[in-house]
Unconditional design. Structure first.
Length: 400
């Protein structure tokens, strides 16, 4: 059965009565409700009355199966979505997004945003990213036959830079503060379609969070609605997208409840947690040093504030040590993620709460993306039994 998109427009997240046509995607936020200080994002709206209820009777298999509740998927996919939900402990599950084609959750967003570029006939795409987003954008652009420019930074991990370049993207390391101005220039002068944020407070791509909704759909088809979801959070697109997915399930009458949403940010910055604490839509700050580079942000977007408010959740700030402890424990359970991805489990532990029902920690990306991976190659050891046994004893191997 071929399913078609039921998307019918865009609307402001600040005032959902303010509507726009579905195309072109509004990549600078809502023109009517945004102010000089805050760019309010828009979201995609749908003809929910026509969504087939049997859509959620199937097990997760990929983004295409959710086509009615996504913008038109005009670009070819790479088998994204359908990632495993792994029980870590009794009542605690990990949604393993490292199993996507480029080993991160960003494949869900880029299937939608590259599709937007294809729909409007853009000559290419551009993204500012030093990690997962850039790699994923490059892969989906290559699949769609579109040129791709990735504005990275000089401290991008070498393995990630090689990964992105392999897809044929033009990778340009520049100073962090230069990325958005250069991105705007490429959009204005070359006509490339932007796949990441252009505004001073985060709006991102209008279609982007729609791809992240499918994480919620997949969780629902396996365990129903969890009591809480903990999401590693940078600008808040994935965090909001997961929330929107559960909110849509309630709107469709498939459940009468939604989970509490907990954003999990590095304490070195944590702009979303601060915005919520101060009761404002967005804040700017200067983030300090952290090894969780994938979610290290100087400002937040309104989407995350809205998701916390509407779900009754909270914004959590985590130290690198807390994330490293969670990363270590996940690896010992057979799950290796980059430090940023361990923020979900670290957030659950930091919350100190007991939940009446299952809890899901989203793990966003593979450990291969982490800082320092590959910098210390293995060295040959003395193969004599005495030496080998001593090393095994030191490693705590039984019988050694």
């Amino acid at each position: 059965m071929t399913l078609s998109s039921l998307a019918n427009g865009q609307r402001s997240l600040f005032d959902r009565d303010v509507r726009y046509p579905l195309t072109p995607p509004l990549t600078l936020g809502c023109p009517k409700t945004s102010t000089a200080d805050v760019a309010y994002p828009v979201e995609v709206d749908y003809d929910y009355d026509r969504v087939p209820r049997e859509l959620f009777d199937q097990r997760p298999g990929g983004l295409d199966q959710w086509a009615p509740l996504l913008p038109p998927l005009a670009a070819p996919g790479l088998g994204e979505g359908g990632t495993p939900l792994i029980q870590l402990e009794d009542g605690i599950f990990v949604k393993d997004e490292s199993r996507n084609p480029t080993w991160s959750h960003k494949d869900r967003i880029n299937r939608c945003t590259v599709s937007a570029a294809t729909t409007i006939g853009a000559p290419g795409v551009v993204v500012a990213s030093s990690g997962n987003h850039g790699a994923s954008a490059a892969a989906f652009a290559a699949r769609a036959g579109l040129p791709c420019v990735v504005l990275a930074t000089a401290d991008t991990p070498p393995a990630v830079g090689t990964f992105v370049s392999a897809y044929g993207a033009a990778v340009l390391p520049v100073a962090k503060e230069e990325r958005r101005p250069l991105m705007r220039r490429i959009v204005d002068e070359l006509g490339f379609h932007p796949l990441s944020n252009l505004t001073d407070t985060h709006t991102g791509h209008a279609y982007g969070p729609e791809g992240y909704k499918t994480i919620a759909y997949e969780i629902f088809t396996e365990i129903g609605v969890p009591a809480a979801v903990f999401v590693p959070t940078g600008y808040g697109e994935a965090f909001f997208g997961v929330w929107k997915g559960f909110a849509e399930l309630r709107r469709l009458g498939l459940t009468d409840r939604t989970p509490r949403m907990f954003s999990c940010e590095p304490a070195a910055g944590a702009p979303l947690a601060r915005a919520v604490a101060e009761g404002v839509p967005a804040v700017h700050l200067k983030a300090g040093p952290t090894s969780a580079y994938a979610i290290d942000c100087d400002f937040n977007g309104y989407r995350g504030v809205l998701a916390i408010k509407e779900s009754g959740g909270a914004g959590l700030s985590l130290t690198d040590d807390e994330m490293r402890a969670a990363q270590h424990d996940l690896a010992r359970a057979g799950l290796w993620y980059e430090l940023s991805s361990a923020a979900g489990l670290a957030g659950l532990r930091r919350s100190g709460e007991t939940f009446d029902g299952p809890v899901v920690c989203v793990a966003t990306s593979s450990g291969f993306k982490d800082v320092g991976v590959g910098e210390h190659p293995l060295e040959a050891v003395d193969p004599s039994w005495e030496s080998i046994r001593a090393r095994l004893h030191a490693a705590g191997m039984p019988g050694a």
